[in-house]
Design a protein around this ligand. Structure first.
Ligand SMILES: Nc1ncnc2c1ncn2[C@@H]1O[C@H](COP(=O)(O)OP(=O)(O)OP(=O)(O)O)[C@@H](O)[C@H]1O
Length: 298
């Protein structure tokens, strides 16, 4: 399938400071990609290049086969900046009508867009009275104009409460199911872990990891943690059977390399009734993210 976004060996420096170094990334139609990285990793720079807002030094970038910033690309790309700003004196409805006219579309669609982001009830209130989450939703409604094929969202859920975040991702799921590619940056790791198809980690301008969470987990090969709860009176016997386990509260905690996980589990189950309960904790996205960021910093 042809990629919606194709980036090949993209390099960009600002006054001799490298912001992006040979970054390659393809995003397929309907794919939801999360861009992660510390402050200054290059996420916004990459987005600005994709949007055609800044030139780049080397490499190739195409958006739906067109050059970033070209008329064709702009027609198919939507952007939601992190701190979206609107005119505070306009109502949500007026703001959306204005954007629709600027895009050459019927202003009459404004209410339908506000309904999609659950803002119909506040459509006739001034944006100056909206909460941050409501302004963010006006931003999303604006990004939905013209059936975009690529949505570029810069920290779209920062400042949203958990319910608004869930609704926001549900909306993105619908757009992705309709074939739109989504590239979003975030610092909220647990949230992207559940709601995106692929995770891309940038570190100091370089792409250091790309794949599903399962792929990254496998590549990182981080240890697995286990919490073993002993039945009354058996804690020391279990501790003896599991060298390296440490007492934390009433449980025993141990870690082991991925490849030894099944051996350790069979040792634990061999302890029979002495074990009251067992929890196996795979490495979280936070662990994986730190692993790749640290590895790159060395
Ligand atoms: N206009 C600019 N002039 C000079 N340097 C810049 C400019 N824009 C970005 N940079 C530098 O490029 C690097 C990447 O910055 P960028 O804003 O892309 O990071 P980011 O990953 O989006 O960070 P954050 O999470 O803080 O938004 C940083 O070293 C930054 O200082």
């Amino acid at each position: 399938m042809t990629s919606t976004l194709k980036i090949s060996r993209l390099t960009k420096a600002f006054d001799g400071v490298t912001a992006l170094a040979e970054v390659s990334l393809d995003v397929a139609p309907g794919e939801r990609v999360a861009l992660l990285g510390h402050n200054g990793a290059g996420k916004s720079t990459l987005m600005k290049v994709v949007l055609g807002l800044i030139p780049w030094d080397a490499g190739e970038v195409t958006v739906t086969g067109a050059a970033p910033g070209s008329r064709e690309a702009r027609d198919k790309v939507a952007y939601l900046p992190e701190n979206v700003a609107f005119h505070p004196a306009l109502t949500g409805l007026e703001q959306l009508r204005l954007y629709l006219s600027l895009r050459g579309e019927k202003p009459g669609r404004a209410m339908e867009l506000l309904e999609r982001v659950d803002l119909a009830g506040a459509a006739k209130r001034r944006i100056g009275t909206y909460s941050k989450g409501m302004r963010q939703r006006v931003g999303l409604a604006q990004a939905l104009i013209g059936k975009p094929r690529l949505l570029v969202l810069d920290e779209p859920t920062s400042g949203l409460d958990p319910v608004s975040r869930r609704d926001f991702y549900a909306l993105l799921d619908g757009l992705a199911a309709d074939g739109a590619a989504i590239l979003l940056s975030s610092h909220a790791l647990t949230e992207v872990e559940a709601r995106t198809d692929r995770i891309v980690i940038l570190s100091r301008g370089r792409l250091v990891a790309s794949g599903s969470l399962a792929d990254l987990r496998q590549t990182a090969a981080l240890p697995v943690a286990m919490h073993v709860m002993a039945r009354n009176g058996y804690t020391s016997q279990i501790a003896e059977a599991l060298p390296g386990a440490i007492h934390v509260g009433g449980a025993l905690h141990l870690t082991c390399p991925q490849e030894e996980k099944l051996n350790v589990l069979s040792r634990i189950t061999g302890l029979g009734d002495k074990v009251a309960d067992l929890e196996v904790l795979p490495p979280s996205l936070e662990d994986i993210y730190s692993h790749f960021s640290r590895r790159d910093a060395r």
